[in-house]
Design a protein around this ligand. Structure first.
Ligand SMILES: NC(=O)c1ccc[n+]([C@@H]2O[C@H](COP(=O)([O-])OP(=O)(O)OC[C@H]3O[C@@H](n4cnc5c(N)ncnc54)[C@H](OP(=O)(O)O)[C@@H]3O)[C@@H](O)[C@H]2O)c1
Length: 345
């Protein structure tokens, strides 16, 4: 390899991103210095938060500068090491961004053991999205056995784990998803008690039927019309972990605010949270969810785009519901999964 393909932010999108907002650049290979480790990206994670980083606006993290490599979580293989902390052939999870290669002192990299779980899971069910689901449902939502938990974007990286943890904790798990296939999947494959299609007519009526005892915890991922349909069904003392608002990420006009009276009447609590503030929960999360993944009680699905050059298109699809499961890009061959096709696990 003599070049390092990178995808950089060329222009700040107005509304939905377009291919022209990105540039594909062949940069020189990074030169590895003493004390550094060089790695080859195997998987790149595509996540909704990246849309926010494309804006020059106040947020919980700094925007990507124009001309910089797009930010992103990665699983990589160490191909050269000049530090005793890593060896050639190690697999690591880090934040190398939308590029084929990266070199650094290795701060922030975590080693993965491919014998414990497929390395791609470090970007999904056993990574940031899984921790988001765990913390949001249990620490922010305080879901308890016997309660009804509703989650939106329910077939996705975070939502699919929220509903399954809810089920495993003895709750009634109800998912809201964007197609009959996604609804089918969360009910039949993931064991949700009910699923509702937010694109079908009468969302509120369908939700009422799926939640005969009302809603105790609403894990909020999308905002807009879905939030407006959920709020009238919440119970007294309901908790709403506010995880995301994906329906608003491409918006160019301020959102039409839903009626908040149900929060007042029901003494309900809505609380925003950012997963990076909860790194101290990673050990507990890995112990509990890792065991469930190994036993097959917690299932996951990956939607893998092939080749870094296809990352912009795949990312644009994520903001329209075109992904089905945790969206990844296979940037280079995964040596641990030779011959294994991506599939539902
Ligand atoms: N607070 C945190 O720290 C944190 C961390 C991770 C993720 N998040 C948030 O969690 C949410 C889910 O993220 P994810 O990574 O798990 O993504 P994902 O669910 O795997 O994919 C996004 C899904 O959102 C749904 N969607 C897209 N546009 C929509 C719209 N206009 N209206 C309704 N639904 C829409 C689509 O599902 P359907 O086809 O089912 O509509 C799409 O598949 C996002 O809001 C994200 O920002 C927050």
């Amino acid at each position: 390899m003599s070049t390092n393909q990178q995808i950089r932010l060329r222009r700040r999108p107005i509304g939905a991103p377009t291919p022209d907002d990105f540039s594909i650049v062949n940069s020189p290979m990074p030169v590895v210095q003493d004390g550094e480790v060089l790695r080859r990206t195997v998987y790149l994670s595509l996540d909704p938060y990246m849309r926010g980083r494309m804006n020059d606006a106040r947020s919980y993290a700094a925007p990507v500068a124009l001309g910089d490599v797009m930010v992103g979580g990665t699983v990589s293989e160490v191909i050269e090491s000049r530090t005793p902390s890593f060896a050639k052939g190690d697999f690591v999870v880090g934040m190398d961004g939308w590029q084929q290669f990266a070199a650094s002192a290795g701060t922030g990299l975590r080693k993965l053991d491919p014998r414990v779980a497929p390395i791609s899971t470090a970007l999904g069910v056993l990574g940031m999205p899984g921790l988001t689901a765990y913390v949001g449902l249990l620490d922010i939502g305080h879901a308890k056995s016997g309660e009804t938990v509703v989650v939106s974007a329910a077939s996705g990286a975070v939502g699919s784990i929220v509903g399954q943890i809810a089920r495993l904790k003895g709750c009634r798990a109800v998912g809201i998803a964007g197609s009959p296939e996604k609804c089918d999947y969360i009910e039949r494959e993931l064991g949700f008690h009910a699923a509702v299609n937010h694109r079908a007519p009468d969302l509120r009526g369908a939700l009422r039927a799926a939640c005969p005892n009302g809603i105790d915890v609403y894990f909020e991922n999308v905002g807009g019309a879905v939030l407006a349909a959920v709020l009238p069904l919440i119970n007294r003392g309901a908790r709403i972990p506010l995880c995301g608002q994906i329906s608003q990420y491409n918006a160019t006009e301020p959102a039409h605010a839903p009626n908040l009276a149900p929060l007042l009447i029901n003494r309900a609590l809505i609380q925003g949270f950012i997963v990076t503030d909860h790194a101290d929960r990673f050990g507990a999360f890995m112990a509990e969810c890792g065991a469930w993944v190994r036993s097959g009680e917690l299932r996951y699905r990956e939607d893998i785009a092939e080749g870094l050059e296809n990352a912009p298109q795949a990312f644009m699809g994520l903001l329209e519901g075109k992904n089905f499961g945790k969206l990844l890009v296979r940037v280079s061959a995964d040596p641990t999964r030779a011959g294994i096709a991506p599939s539902v696990r």
